[in-house]
Unconditional design. Structure first.
Length: 103
């Protein structure tokens, strides 16, 4: 695996963001027949990519999304979920609130 990094992400307590070699390997791996996969790096730490994306040597693009982004996208599902399952929606909303507090 390459020691070159796609970005200079911070390290803390043994944690580090995936390096360019890992992202290339994931993108080059078996994507289960997907013709146009959307590759997303979900992380609590921004990788510092220009425009929030990074393109692999084989032309696939990784997009960074934060947990805040994830929560915002999932919150839009709450009205439909609440109509289908009020209790499930309540649990899901509490889970989203917890994530908001942690990040």
């Amino acid at each position: 695996m390459s020691s070159a990094r796609a970005f200079d992400g911070p390290k803390a307590g043994g944690f580090s963001l995936p390096d360019s070699g890992q992202l290339n390997a994931y993108a080059a791996g078996n994507l289960h027949g997907l013709d146009h996969p959307v590759l997303v790096l979900l992380s609590g730490v921004a990788p510092g990519w220009p425009d929030g994306s990074w393109t692999t040597p084989n032309g696939l693009t990784w997009r960074y999304r934060s947990y805040e982004d994830l929560c915002a996208a999932l919150r839009s599902c709450l009205p439909d979920l609440r109509r289908a399952d009020g209790f499930g929606a309540d649990v899901f909303e509490h889970w989203l609130d917890l994530i908001d507090k942690l990040v």
